[in-house]
Design a protein around this ligand. Structure first.
Ligand SMILES: Cc1ncc(COP(=O)(O)O)c(C=O)c1O
Length: 469
């Protein structure tokens, strides 16, 4: 028997070992929320981040590759081409590695380096292309992927936006799984649309098995899909920061005809919902789940009868730790209100009086200063004693100290730091920053004798940008 020994001393069934990762795709957990107030409704989260590639896209990735195999379009030694930097790329990379296919991903050059490193580490070949061109241009990422597939012998273009195996994966897999997990009583399912595979597949499954189940669309503000569902002429598409959902066109496979309710949710509300969920229930989900959860809460609170509502949690929050779950990023984007005093203190992103500034003590070893610079990706550190700045150590100071003597890393910061620090009073005019920047220094801001924090050029730019947004 396979048993799991639980921390409380109990035992439960544990799954038997699988041969490779592919059998672990699907069969994801469902968790009922216990702390989030949802009107008369019960909310259930389908945790798709538990798939081995970390998202719901493992399901269509496997289904699209196996459909191509069955149809004889993909044979051993073949090549898979797709245009994506998102979860579909990770799902395809996982399946391609397990099955021994070559994978080429065409990625617009605005995508984050982390995503590109991740995909390369999984064995994908990455072709970067321009992000500033639209459909029809030869460098547009989807057109380029189609062309590479056509020109490469034995290659197929997966095209998740037009591939019928994508919604089928959800009609045959995700839908029945949800239905059985909730003992065939599901009143509503809430999800977003990227390719439309999830929503279309679930729509088709529930239309057949449980026509009263309502399909609810959660869409970012700026996407055109809510307007389409509600029969309006779509507004000009905008931009949004939530990842993986929302469109400025209707994908070929997307069938929105069974959507009963649609909600447009802005970034601030999506991020707040995901962060509140983590605090209240300890569930770490991605940004598109924040959008779905916020829509589900609106839907639930509008109901007069108790309903069982399923929210698709398309991926885990682990890959958003440096964005949505990072207070500094949230504050820089204007999502976390910071008290504004109208002085230079407003420009400091990491304040010393909030314990957030990265500093060293004059008696710390230079090795500590070096490690902190690397960890926080900064090139200078203030040396602080009793809340006063006593020096500044930068990369050149470090270099001079250790160049001819590697043991110099053991010397204290005070032996290498510059002591001639120009400080700026917190109530000085903003223009006083420029001469400091012109000399190539960061601004060291003080309130009387007390160190408040550093201001760099990018802090000033962020501040000016916030004022026009
Ligand atoms: C994080 C995330 N949420 C939701 C979706 C939407 O799924 P679908 O493509 O099935 O519409 C995606 C798709 O890439 C995604 O990456």
């Amino acid at each position: 028997m396979n048993v799991a020994f639980r921390p409380d001393g109990g035992v439960a069934a544990a799954p038997a070992p699988t041969r490779g990762l592919l059998p672990l795709i699907g069969g994801t957990p469902m968790v009922e929320l216990t702390k989030v107030a949802a009107g008369p409704c019960r909310l259930f989260l389908k945790l798709e981040g538990a798939n081995p590639g970390g998202s719901i896209k493992d399901r269509p990735a496997l289904a699209m590759i196996e459909a191509a195999e069955r149809e004889g379009r993909l044979a051993p030694g073949g090549t898979i081409v797709e245009a994506t930097a998102g979860n579909t790329g990770l799902g395809l990379a996982l399946v391609a590695a397990a099955k021994g296919y070559r994978l080429i991903l065409v990625i617009p050059d605005k995508m984050s380096r982390e995503k590109i490193f991740h995909l390369k580490a999984m064995g994908a070949e990455v072709v970067l292309t321009r992000s500033d061109v639209g459909k029809g241009h030869p460098d547009y990422y989807q057109d380029k992927a189609a062309r590479i597939a056509a020109e490469t012998p034995g290659a197929i273009y997966i095209n998740q936006f037009g591939n019928p195996a994508n919604p089928l994966a959800h009609q045959r897999g995700t839908g029945p799984e949800i239905f059985e997990q909730l003992e065939r009583r599901v009143d509503a399912v809430v999800c977003g649309v990227g390719s439309g595979g999830t929503l279309t597949g679930l729509s088709r499954f529930f239309a057949e098995e449980s026509p009263a189940t309502e399909i609810v669309l959660a869409d970012p503000v700026g996407s055109i899909l809510v307007d389409v569902v509600e029969g309006r002429r779509p507004r000009e598409p905008g931009s949004w920061l939530v990842e993986g959902i929302g469109e400025d066109f209707i994908p070929d496979i997307a069938d929105l005809s069974r959507v009963a309710r649609a909600y447009a949710i802005d970034d601030a509300e999506s991020f707040a919902a995901a962060r509140a969920l983590l605090k209240a229930e300890g569930v770490l989900v991605g940004s598109s789940t924040g959008t779905a959860l916020a829509a589900a809460l609106k839907y639930a609170r509008e109901q007069t009868e108790p309903k069982r509502v399923v929210v698709i949690a398309a991926d885990s929050g682990a890959k958003y730790l440096s964005k949505m779950f990072n207070d500094y990023w949230m504050a820089d984007q204007g999502f976390l209100a910071k008290p504004r005093r109208g002085d230079l203190g407003d420009l400091i992103s990491r304040r010393h009086d909030e314990g957030a500034a990265v500093t060293v003590a004059p008696d710390d070893k230079l090795a500590v200063a070096y490690a902190r610079m690397k960890l926080y990706d900064v090139s200078q550190l203030p040396a602080i004693a009793d809340d006063r700045v006593v020096g500044l150590v930068d990369e050149s100071d470090l270099l001079l100290a250790v160049l001819s003597n590697p043991a110099g890393f053991d010397a204290p910061v005070r032996t290498a730091m510059s002591r001639a620090i120009e400080t700026i009073a917190v109530d000085a005019p903003f223009g006083d920053l420029l001469p400091t920047f012109d000399k190539g220094y960061v601004a060291v801001v003080v309130d009387g004798e007390r160190f408040l924090g550093l201001i760099t050029r990018i802090d000033l730019l962020n501040h000016l940008r916030r004022q026009v947004d």
